[in-house]
Design a protein around this ligand. Sequence first.
Ligand SMILES: [Zn+2]
Ligand SMILES: [Zn+2]
Length: 188
Amino acid sequence: MEEIRETAKAYYNNLTEEQKFEAKEMFLLMDLDEDGSISASEYVKGFKSCSNETVFEKLDENGDGMLDFEEFMSLYYLFKSNRLVFCDGHGCRAFLDGVFFTCVDCFKNASKSFDLCSCCFSNKSYTHMHSTFLDNYMLLRSIEASNKKIGEEVEIFEVEIFESTAEVFNSAAELPDDCDCDCGCGIM
Ligand SMILES: [Zn+2]
Ligand SMILES: [Zn+2]
């Protein structure tokens, strides 16, 4: 989450005055009782379908149950950049605020991405029709590489992942004895 906070801040500082105004306007719009911060219920009303308790708790850095403008900046960034991503692993739905794995096929061709927290991915706790996954950083590099047409190295890496994950396709989730991740996947 710290990374998201920093990213959001860095982006915000680089916005034009007009864009900053737009962000401020959205904040004011969500702040229904105009007390200068967004409560959990104002957040739920503002975000409806994509509101998520875990996200609110993570955004609320000082834990006072309200989002001040600085905390709201992270939400604005997540919203604008389509980064409100949740794990599609079996019964997980963890908010993916750090490294996550995404299906390359769905990312390139489908309207909705298929994403996994590292815990669900490494424990194979998912069922999906495709088997090529990359973490969000590798994905970025593979796009960059294919744009530059020097994708050979990345291509090979993709194939390796394909081969290693192909056999787990459709296999039932094998839950490990212990998983100490805090992704909320229920494996404790
Ligand atoms: Zn897919
Ligand atoms: Zn998960």
